[in-house]
Design a binder for this molecule. Structure first.
Ligand code: PEP
Ligand code: CO
Length: 446
């Protein structure tokens, strides 16, 4: 079937060798975890849990370092704590981590002017498709797809997930001890004092509340405080995904064991395409990005194809409309799915419909646009009687300057200070924390 965003590997023998090796290696996640996530997503569809999905636009092998992984986990834990406190329901934490290495591109090639003066000439090379496919440097050899990177991706994902699991299981993520994830940035000058005070007050409140409920022998507290962490990435490389897709003893069906929640991107969700065909065959829950270009009929068909038995906890619709389009586009999509009684979890990605270029040609997003999309989505979901069960952010635990706006007041001029993304602009830690506070206030109806 047509494979959108397909990669032309120059050495088919090398590709076959790598895929065989990947297929023989142990899985990165287990079917048990996948089934547990499905159950939690089914709860979220019914408003009993809230999903927080976030991480880099593109992970890179170079950033597979203890500090960067721990900081990403910390900001996600902090955000989840704010959301638990505001919404008073358990949060399902899903990182865009441990495999977010393949990127769809709007253009398969990139042309740059190389050299200076009289020797300057235009050079066209394949675009950078993420560390799983090729390398970012603008040279012929770097940009040539290299199948060995599929293996390198697997190993980096394995190291990442191993570290995350050890941190989470070792007690780092215990909600009783938010001081463990106290990021040094909480004391940093750039962070608005009001946000710091609000966060610290909330931590103290939450810890108090937990102790009180535990003293009463309250059962639900366990569910609120037990931290589970799941992984997700765009299932773009069908070589990578299919090599790790297998049957497991005593269970029906096939599991894609590279990640808990693979998703199909906006550029690869064609109804007659290979990605939909592949992911309709796995037991994993599957995300699908939905932009304002998606028609209600298309969405219905997609939902039915990916989830023919209409099970709960199977599909996650990740709506990424854009602040200026959400009002017109989202209601008709929610209605189409609701009218037919099709199950699925709706979450809001306020990032991907709000990307723009600065006058200097840098990709950026404005926090105010994201807040607008999030607030509109919340109101639309309420009006349509469809649960908004989660959010999807591109964020990092680092002090980057990629998105403008927010309480820190980053301007376009500030963006060059620390623009580190290999792809789309991410929220930095205080912009991310701010977003969590907005969500918490939404829960309180403010
Ligand atoms: C992404 O999530 O990084 C992405 C490419 O999103 P979309 O498919 O929504 O454009
Ligand atoms: Co992105």
């Amino acid at each position: 079937m047509p494979r959108a965003q397909d990669v032309a590997y120059p050495d088919p023998k090398q590709l076959q060798r790598v895929v065989a090796q990947l297929a023989a290696l142990p899985p990165l996640v287990t079917s048990w975890e996948i089934e547990k996530l499905r159950m939690m997503l089914a709860d979220a569809e019914q408003g009993k849990r809230f999903v927080l999905q976030g991480g880099d636009c593109a992970e890179s092998f170079a950033d597979c370092s203890p500090a960067q992984i721990a900081n990403k986990l910390k900001i996600l834990l902090q955000m989840s704590m704010v959301i638990v406190h505001g919404l008073k329901k358990p949060v399902v934490r899903i990182g865009r981590m441990a495999g977010q290495y393949a990127k769809p591109r709007s253009s398969a090639s990139e042309t740059r002017l190389v050299g200076t003066g009289a020797s300057a000439r235009e050079v066209t090379l394949p675009s950078y498709f993420g560390d799983l496919v090729n390398r970012p440097e603008f040279t012929g050899s770097s940009r040539t797809p290299d199948a060995d990177l599929l293996l390198a991706g697997y190993f980096h994902a394995a190291m990442t997930i191993n570290f995350v699991r050890s941190l989470v299981d070792g007690g780092f993520a215990d909600l009783h001890h938010p001081e463990y994830w106290d990021l040094s940035f909480l004391r940093q000058a750039g962070l608005p004092a009001s946000l710091r005070v609000e966060y610290e007050k909330m931590c103290a409140n939450l810890a108090d509340g937990l102790r009180f409920m535990e003293a009463l022998g309250e059962k639900t507290v366990e569910d609120l405080t037990r931290v589970e962490f799941f992984t997700s990435h765009e299932g773009l490389s069908l070589w990578y995904e299919s090599a790790q897709t297998r049957q497991v003893p005593r269970r029906e069906g096939h599991y894609d064991l590279t990640t808990h929640l693979p998703w199909i991107g906006e550029r690869t969700r064609q109804l007659d395409g290979a990605h939909v065909e592949f992911f309709r065959g796995v037991r994993n829950p599957v995300g699908v990005k939905v932009s304002a270009n998606c028609t209600p009929a298309e969405l219905v068909e997609l939902a039915q194809r990916l989830n023919p038995a209409n099970e709960r906890g199977k599909i996650v619709f990740i709506a990424r409309m854009g602040a200026s389009k959400v009002d017109a586009a989202l209601p008709r999509l929610l209605r189409a799915v609701k009218t037919l009684g099709l199950n699925g979890l709706w979450i809001c990605d306020p990032m991907h419909g709000n990307t723009r270029a600065t006058s200097a040609g840098l990709k950026t997003r404005n926090v105010e646009d994201m807040l607008k999309e999030l607030t509109s989505a919340h109101a639309i979901h309420l009006a349509e009687g469809v649960t908004l069960g989660g959010v999807h952010f591109e964020l990092t635990g680092e002090d980057v300057t990629e998105c403008t706006g927010g309480a820190g007041g980053l301007t376009e001029q500030d963006l060059s200070t620390n623009y580190a993304s290999a792809c789309d602009p991410r929220l930095n830690y205080h912009q991310a924390l701010e977003m969590a506070f907005v969500l918490a206030r939404m829960g309180k109806g403010k």
